[in-house]
Design a binder for this molecule. Sequence first.
Ligand code: B3K
Ligand code: ZN
Length: 859
Amino acid sequence: PQLIRREDYRPFAWNVPQVALDFVLGLNQTRITARLDVERNPVAEADPTLRLNGDGLTPVEIRVDGAVVQSWVMEGADLVLTLPGEAHQVEIVTEIDPSANTQLMGLYASNGMLCTQCEAEGFRRITFFPDRPDVLSTYRVRMSGPKDQFPVLLSNGNHVDGGESAEGVHWAEWYDPWPKPSYLFALVAGDLVARKDVFTTMSGRKVDLAVWVREGDLGRTEHAMESLIKSMKWDEERFGREYDLDTFNIVAVSDFNMGAMENKGLNIFNTKYVLADSDSATDGDYDGVEGVIGHEYFHNWSGNRITCRDWFQLSLKEGFTVLRDQLFSQDMGSAAVKRIEDVRVLRAAQFPEDSGPLAHPIRPDSYREISNFYTATVYNKGAEVIRMMRTMAGEERFRQGTDLYFDRHDGEAATCEDFVAAIEEGAGLDLAQFRLWYSQAGAPRVTVELALEDGEAVLTLQQSAPATPGQSGKQPMPIPLRIALFDRESGQHGGEQLIVLTQEQQSFRFAGFDQLPILSLNRGFSAPVAIDREIAADDLVFLAARDDDPFARYEAMQDLIVGHLKKAIGGHLSDDDRAAARAAIGTAFRAILTDDTLDDLMRGELMILPGASYLAEQMLVSDPAEIHAEREGLKAWLGAHCGAELQAIHQRASGVSYSRDAAARGLRKVKTQALVYLAAGKPELAAGLAQDQYQAADNMTDRQGALMVMAGLESPDRDAMLSDFYDRYRDNPLVVDKWFAIQAQSLHPGALRHVKELAEHPDFTLRNPNRARSLYMAFAAASPTFHQADGEGYRMIADVILALDPINPQTAARFVPFLGRWRRIEPKRAAMMKQELERIAAAPALSRDTYEQVSRSLG
Ligand code: B3K
Ligand code: ZN
């Protein structure tokens, strides 16, 4: 497959101001007539050929200006026409079989309904078209089909007309007045019901809102609708963005490759991010729904009104929209807890990507398959990069920057450079050097030294960025660090400051210290960097207990634990040293468990141990079994050492009836956290408590928490609890997904065997992405047995990739990074992982998606 380069971008030779699509719908056969008004693009190099992308299509009929033509050619999958004049009308008929579309890209059937997914390049599986984000058109869409099968017919924009055309056949016409690229096109036809509401925008316009689901799911749509209304309001208040159509539709679909899609006026969602009620959704699921509904809604401005010039600019819409959804969730709940969660996600998913074979800048330079670049780097690091601009500008000036961006580029297909230039001007920042964050991959490492010189605290920082594929010798980048210096006597600091490290090495001096202060650094995680510093365990214990920045407090606790585990994993600890380190951690941990000033949501956050993948990041090469053993060992020690406090927490949190307020959520969080530690330290006691928690549960958070803990134990009650859960929820696919995932990611030593057995379960299928992920993604990401010494976990995941690739390449390719980390794993396992990658590479007819990921991982 061909390598596509950012520097090769050229505008398209033709504009397509208007598109009219006519769909004659059927599950097994849909006929599409596409009428494109095309005219030469004055800013592009003149070219009489019109190249229309296709993927698996054959033209049934082609007309130019009303007359059938034969003078077209196929070049690969694309259709090429030669057009003599300045402007023409091109009409193309195609036929497709949605029921055979297992890739879930383009128009496909799901559960008897029809729906679309076009980003990034799915539209070309429906009709021939310049399927690139810089070709913007207005769309008029007519659909017709059997009324009993497809009573609801939806597309982008506003419903303009409809009726019955024959006995039992009806049609609808939708018109979207906002020019958009083809990737934002959407269509839904099916037997659906809606929860409806109305939103009045800031200028007083009424918008009809609807959340469409299958009939039995209507009772689980309240939270989605509330989240949508909150999002609309929030975007008006925080970013001055108003909605721009008369209708906003959300449709929930159970077969979906990712979370959701921001199609103009018609968002299509994975059911996982729409449906929620207390019986079937955890607190985390509720947050997921709110966050994703917000994210897709916010795309209406950051993505749809202003879209991307080309796919290399993906972070323009995704990084910015992730930042917007993060800020939204911060405002809707606990800002501190949300920030910690976002950093945890970044460290678990993005840091490993940035330090492995798939590392790429947030604005990549080349790709073979764009689906592979919807990554944690483009999304989450992209958000961090924009957050840094916001930190440097301050909230108000940042808003002036985004206002300018929205004003200046409304209606355009823009670039990351356009965004940076608008923020630079609007916020009044100099971002010349900052632009390196868009072009350099890899997380910078900052080394820290603090010294006392003549009554001044001298902070010396040094930055270095690791080499990444295709990039060595990096330049220093501006790194904004929020810091505070705590006086040892008073335990206070004299105010937070923002310093920006711009050089490779730089010293900052702070007057008025006759004793070395305790440094609180990168508060709020103001920069997405790794910090390297020697700091006394006592100072970390102080910060973990006393820092007034909640993130810094969390970080101190993490540092304390990471520092210890790193040494322990290397086997460099004497028994005495281990005991001393554990004692320090135990002191800090107990303080967290018993601090009355902490709210429980925050307490629950502070209790979480650094994840295995974050720990692995700290070492050049590591042994997953050692990491697991040391991490679990510490957990067990804490569980035993703080057993009484943990039990007290569990008891305090039990018997409180369900509510969604922060206090009740906090209690549920610490309840299961306490159980997790007790399970490690006092397994028999924990099994009993898990049983109580499960039986008493009046909500999914408690029930799932208890089951998760039980699934990791060798308890006689384990099987019964798992069966009970399954029997109770067998008709709810999202909860059955949980049931698969809980077993796949459990701490049980037999997890690999369980996964193999579950693959034979009648409810298991590779064809549904949620289900495939619930078993195998959960396993590869979390089960210690993925790294089983005999390589069986690696073999199984490689087999899954090979089996899934012909069905759904996009989803198959998502499993490759788990094997791709081989260079960072101890040699024996590394060899086995590499061997599996080679086995995949050797398979015939590999998809572009999987081929690209495997070859980068081996390269
Ligand atoms: N923009 C879509 C992602 C599409 C992924 C295509 N492989 C959802 C989102 O980020 O909002
Ligand atoms: Zn997005």
